[in-house]
Design a protein around this ligand. Structure first.
Ligand code: NI
Length: 135
């Protein structure tokens, strides 16, 4: 029997959306306030879901304590109170949009989750704007 189990987490981080190969005017037109050269912050919320078979021995799809610790080690410790453009290697040459952050989180967690289970990341950049990536 397949069940989806989910864990919520959050981090605060700064970012800037821009392309160095575009003029300031074009960046401003496409990215608006998010192109602020002095960066700006978001309170990101995420929901990490693992969809898989219930282990008949434990009754778990995944031990939530293990999932909590994985999110802490690979996402919160790496992203919380960081400047995503400057401090997180995935965004050295990639815009830290919600889309790209969700993909980066998925790639960081995927190796640590049972390969027979599906992994889904929902990332809220604001209470009303959120993205979903599931590989
Ligand atoms: Ni922003």
């Amino acid at each position: 029997m397949k069940v989806k189990v989910s864990r919520k987490a959050s981090f605060n981080a700064a970012h800037r959306l821009y392309r160095p190969d575009w003029s300031f005017e074009k960046n401003e037109a496409v990215f608006g306030k998010c192109n602020n050269p002095k960066f700006h912050g978001h309170n990101y919320e995420l929901i990490v879901s693992v969809h898989g078979e219930i282990d008949p021995e434990t009754g778990y799809v995944m031990d939530m304590k293990v999932l909590k610790d994985l999110i802490k080690a690979h996402v919160e410790d790496a992203f919380d109170h960081k400047n995503l453009n400057l401090d997180v290697p995935e965004f050295k040459d990639t815009n830290p949009t919600a889309e790209n952050i969700a993909v980066a989180i998925w790639k960081r967690l995927r190796p640590h989750v049972n390969s027979a289970s599906d992994l889904e990341i929902v990332l809220y950049e604001t209470p009303r704007n959120f993205v979903t990536f599931s590989g």
